[in-house]
Each structure stands twice: as structure tokens, then as C-alpha cells.
Design a protein around this ligand. Structure first.
Ligand code: APR
Ligand code: ZN
Ligand code: ZN
Length: 360
């Protein structure tokens, strides 16, 4: 079977090979044939080690496809069902899934699948990225890691829901709970940042400032709902003009750098909310002085997987897409086969892409 493999952490390219096999299916597992997968910046974080990922590993986590085999104890899906892969599968039983109502923080299944290789190559174990591995023709997942969708949803559209769109739109709707009329700023205009912008627009934000180093992102940012665009150095001036110098109600960091996390904190008004969506490195820190944390009364929160329950959220986002209220086609800047995976990775690293969708 064909798949794209990270041989060692720190490698800058993936190895596309035909020699990958799958383990046998467990009783509650499903085998999914991947039809489309997006290339997300988190895959790059897996390559560079920002996200801890044992290697060798089949990368990819933003995918959609068809269930082609189910274990004897599987109850939630059947062969032939179209599904989106959920990289944080809710177990349904732990404290996060039940009393806290935060299934996106459930680690019960996630931890298990992340450390259990389900791919093989010449007998050697190959892991799957964060327990998935959608840069492969097929993969094995626990039944909780797939969410059934209507069969009329195109796979390219569905794949995007599997990570970036849910992460970004959810950060606006579920984590910040952006209010109609709000003034927001979004740092980073990749697939995730654009989805934050789209989410803020859906929520009725009056002002949406998109910040990116790459001026070529302006056109798309405006298409997704940004009312203003600037580089990081020009934000202070724009903040002065747009918020009477007070600051934005909500800021989103969708890059993963300490400098932009700190800038997001500085960009919001007293009492405002900062949502960290970007994945930073564990060895890097962000500084706050002891007085401002009290005096500014700002809320700083992380947002994992759109702070959403994938079992409902994927369907909600697809309804918004079907109703013409969420542009997903516009996120696809390129389509390619798995052979183009390293080009897609270079584009993403250069900050040029929104999403390349790999189609099988
Ligand atoms: N200031 C402003 N913009 C920047 C900076 C910076 N210092 N550094 C990078 N950018 C911009 C890039 O130009 C690019 O447009 O941030 C954007 C990042 O986009 P992508 O690489 O496409 O990343 P994306 O897939 O959107 O993910 C963003 O969210 O979920 C996380 O792991 C993901 O940390 C990643 C982040
Ligand atoms: Zn759980
Ligand atoms: Zn992702």
C-alpha cells in the first residue's frame, strides 16, 4: 500500500513508498480507505518535533474516506459509510467526555493509538501521526475516531473539516464565543487562521483584522471575512484607529510562536479574550508581568480541536457549508496526488498555502 512516511524526527521531507501494510483489525476497529486528506501545519510540527511523534510514522491527520471493514464489535459505523477521521476520539466515559463536557480533551483513546503502531513495513512497526496517519491509502482506527457523514458530501470538503476548519471555526464560536458586533484580530492566515476568520464572521463580528507576514494572504483573508489586513508591525496603528486605542475584544493566535502569542495578548482590550490555537514548542515560553495578569483582567485560553465535540461539530459545519455560509472550496489552494506531498509541505513551510488536498 502507498503511504508517505516520516523516517526520523527532523527530516524535512517524507518518503513516499508502496511497501506499507496494515495490522489486523481489532474487535472495535475500523479500516478506512482514505479518499482525500488535507496537509495541515501540524504535520510539519510532527516532522520538526514541536508535536511529539514517535518515528517512523505515516503522517497526515486531516482526512476523509470510506469504511471498508469493521471489527465484530463495532456498532457506530458500517462498511460503506463515508467518514471523517477525528484525531482526538472521544471515549465517551472519562471525566472530560462526561462531567466536564470537553471531549476534545479526552486522552483515553488518543494516547493509546498514538503509541500503538498499526502500520508495518517489511515487518517493522510504523506509527500513525497522532494515532491516525491519513497520508496512506488505508488505515486502521478505533471506531470512536471516525464520524459518519452524508454520502453526498465531497471527500475534499469533508477532509478539511477533519482538522483545520473545525479547529479554526470552533476557536471563534466555541472557545472565544465571539459576539455580534465584536472587534477581533486573527494572527496567521493559513488554513486554520482563515477558518478562524470565517468563524468570527459567522458569529457576527463587526471588525475582523487579519495579520500575516505574507501580504499575498490579504485577498483570501478578505474573501473569508476579514475587514482589514496588515503585517505584524502595523497592527498597533490599526488597533488605535479601530478600537479607540482600547484593543480588540478577542484575539486569536493561529501560528504557534511566542512572539505572536504575546502580541495577541497585547492586542486585546482589558477584559478581552486571547485564544491560542497555534501549536508552540514545549521548550519555548511566553512572558507576562505579574501586575498585568491581574490588572488587565484578560482571559488567555487554549483551544484544542475547536473546543468542540466532533460527533456534533463536523455535522454542524457541513450544514453551514451546504447552506452556503461557510466557504470550504476557497481553502483549497491546490490539489495533488500523494506524490506531490513534499511540494505541499514546502508550500506550507513557506507560508504560501491555505490547503493542499491530496486525493487518492
Ligand atoms: N507573524 C505573522 N504571520 C506569520 C508569522 C509571524 N511571525 N509567522 C508565520 N506567519 C503566517 C504565515 O505566513 C502563514 O500564512 O502564519 C500562517 C501559518 O499558516 P499555515 O502554515 O498554513 O498553518 P495552519 O495549518 O493554518 O496552522 C496554524 O494552527 O493548528 C495549528 O498546528 C497548527 O500551529 C499551527 C497553526
Ligand atoms: Zn473520554
Ligand atoms: Zn491539523
Amino acid at each position: 500500500m502507498r503511504a508517505a512516511v516520516l523516517r526520523a524526527t527532523g527530516d524535512t521531507t517524507l518518503d513516499v513508498v508502496d511497501t506499507i501494510e496494515l495490522d489486523d483489525l481489532g474487535a472495535t476497529d475500523v479500516r478506512v480507505e482514505i479518499k482525500a486528506t488535507g496537509v495541515c501545519h501540524s504535520d510539519l510540527h510532527g516532522m520538526d518535533g514541536a508535536l511529539p511523534q514517535p518515528a517512523p510514522a505515516v503522517l497526515g491527520h486531516e482526512g476523509a474516506g470510506v469504511v471498508v471493514e469493521v471489527g465484530p464489535a463495532v456498532t457506530s459505523v458500517s462498511v460503506g459509510d463515508h467518514v471523517i477521521v477525528a484525531w482526538t476520539p472521544p471515549c465517551g466515559r472519562c471525566a472530560f467526555c462526561t462531567e466536564h463536557g470537553q471531549p476534545q480533551l479526552c486522552m483515553e483513546i488518543q494516547f493509546q493509538i498514538a503509541v500503538t503502531p498499526r502500520f508495518r513495513e517489511h515487518g517493522e512497526a510504523i506509527f500513525g501521526f497522532v494515532g491516525t496517519g491519513t497520508f496512506a491509502e488505508q488505515l486502521i482506527l478505533p471506531q470512536e475516531a471516525v464520524v459518519r457523514i452524508e454520502p453526498d458530501i465531497p471527500f475534499d470538503i469533508a477532509s478539511l473539516i477533519g482538522c483545520g476548519v473545525t479547529t479554526g471555526v470552533g476557536a471563534a464560536l466555541n472557545a472565544a464565543k465571539v459576539r455580534p458586533g465584536a472587534r477581533v484580530v486573527v494572527f496567521g492566515c493559513g488554513g486554520v487562521g482563515m477558518s478562524v476568520i470565517a468563524g468570527a464572521q459567522l458569529a457576527g463580528a463587526a471588525t475582523i483584522v487579519a495579520v500575516d507576514l505574507n501580504p499575498a494572504k490579504e485577498e483570501a483573508a478578505r474573501k473569508f471575512g476579514a475587514t482589514h489586513f496588515c503585517g505584524p508591525d502595523d497592527l498597533d496603528e490599526l488597533k488605535g484607529e479601530l478600537t479607540d486605542g482600547l484593543g480588540f475584544d478577542d484575539a486569536f493566535e493561529a501560528i504557534g510562536l511566542p512572539v505572536t502569542m504575546r502580541a495577541a495578548y497585547d492586542a486585546v482590550r482589558r477584559g478581552g479574550t486571547v485564544v491560542i490555537v497555534g501549536v508552540g514548542r514545549a521548550e519555548q515560553t511566553v512572558s507576562f508581568n505579574a501586575f498585568e495578569l491581574f490588572f488587565d483582567e484578560k482571559t488567555i485560553k487554549g483551544s484544542v480541536y475547536g473546543s468542540a465535540d466532533v460527533r456534533h461539530e463536523f455535522g454542524r459545519l457541513l450544514r453551514l457549508w451546504k447552506a452556503g455560509r461557510l466557504d470550504l472550496e476557497g481553502l483549497i489552494t491546490k490539489r495533488d496526488s500523494l506524490d506531490g506531498i513534499n511540494d505541499a509541505i514546502s508550500e506550507l513551510r513557506a507560508g504560501n498555502a491555505l490547503r493542499t488536498v491530496i486525493e487518492f
